[in-house]
Design a protein around this ligand. Sequence first.
Ligand SMILES: Nc1ncnc2c1ncn2[C@@H]1O[C@H](COP(=O)(O)OP(=O)(O)OP(=O)(O)O)[C@@H](O)[C@H]1O
Ligand SMILES: [Mg+2]
Length: 510
Amino acid sequence: MIMRDLLMHLSSAVGGLMIIVTLFRDHFPPHLRDLLEKYTSKLVRLLYPYIQITFPEYTGERLKKSDVYTAIQNYLTEKATTGAKKLKADTLKDSQSLILSMDDNEEVTDEFQGAKLWWFSNKIVPKSMSMSFYPATEERRFYRLVFHKHHRDLITGTYIKHVMNEGKAIALKNRQRKLFTNNPSNNWYGYKSTKWSHVVFEHPATFDTLAMEPKKKQEIMSDLKKFSEGKEYYKKIGKAWKRGYLLYGPPGTGKSTMIAAMANFMNYDVYDLELTTVKDNSELRKLLIDTSTKSIIVIEDIDCSLDLTGQRKKAKKKKEDDEDEEGKGDPAKKMKEEEETKASKVTLSGLLNFIDGIWSGCGGERIIIFTTNFIDKLDPALIRRGRMDKHIEMSYCCFEAFKVLANNYLDVESHPLFGMIEAKMKETNMTPADVAENLMPKSSTETRETCLRSLIKALEEAKEEAAKKMAEEEEEAKESEAKDAANSIEEAKENGVVANGKLEEEKLNV
Ligand SMILES: Nc1ncnc2c1ncn2[C@@H]1O[C@H](COP(=O)(O)OP(=O)(O)OP(=O)(O)O)[C@@H](O)[C@H]1O
Ligand SMILES: [Mg+2]
């Protein structure tokens, strides 16, 4: 007989006993009744020597999924695969592997330091007749742990802690990383809607494939590693456990690639925050509080995002002008639009407050990354150390970086043409994106040699282009200098005439 049947029999026996007790209670004199109750509960404890602990799925008014429940779920997943007969299947990590967990109404036996325990999974479906729009949310799942009372101390003291630790470790192992993007706030409310939508994060970039000076790359990796191990240190120095990185450099130098490599290195989720869809500072705050720990929050092209209000006003003004031209300018509508424009803005101070303030309360490790093509355009307050702790310049492709790309794209570590490429690279600037594009074979007939030669050709063209551009610029500068000089002579002449004229007038007046 399996344990559940045994427990069920015991429960019904106890239930029967309780009915008898109630009957006797009504007909017995009080002093005898007390005596009887005392002995009955002794008998019950003797007959049912098991203790039950229930772990509900949600805590506190169903607001938050219980961490304990999740840990138990993970812990039991491994046990269930071998022990349980009814299993639920789900896919995990690249949809390649299957994960099996305990189905409802199933039991799993476990043993811990000689003690035998039973886990049951079940759910309570309230029998209310009300027609709910969201039927699934009414179900209350729980796990129940049953063990002999002899093991009370062992189970409550050590075993549950062991389950928590194991469960968390399994969760970390199976962690499927996600890439989140923020939803516009008008989609935040309603059934199953969330502030962030996500897809599985499967970007292949790593620090190995990132083309960069090896020393600089190593420095960034050590910085990240130190940060991830710094829980106690940050606590000691009284700082929130967060770190800000500013990636700057021309387009195509690998800023976005670097973020993917960082996420893969750290095993973190990525929150790609699109500021243009965030209405105001309070929305920004809500979004950021809703991010999980072990995550990278990214704001790309921060210079464009922060100029948001300006951009919007410009767009709106153009629209208004168009309307006026058509003779449809409605003052009431205009006022409404103006109000909307005022309400729809994330300010620099809002962003600064968030970076400084909110996280301190959130706990957990978070990295924030800003990227920009124009570092000079940014407000110094935004990028001062402490906010953006590390500034990383992503620059044009150097020879070391080229070698990484050649290895990635052509599986070649050295080649007689490398010397020429190194020399040409010193003479001109080319982004890693352009180098990579030239190295990539475009057809099956292309060989390493042809790809490297096509890069050399591109480098030569880039050099010529740069020289031409410089000559043009010089020419323009000379022209404008000449123009300025001519203008100032003209001005001086005019001033001289006026001054002389004035002098003549004054003389006559005298
Ligand atoms: N340092 C690099 N290492 C490896 N690949 C790179 C590097 N830089 C660029 N690339 C290649 O070029 C492509 C474009 O790079 P990426 O999107 O990272 O540039 P970016 O600096 O983010 O540009 P933008 O400023 O326009 O956003 C990538 O898909 C990648 O294949
Ligand atoms: Mg980018």
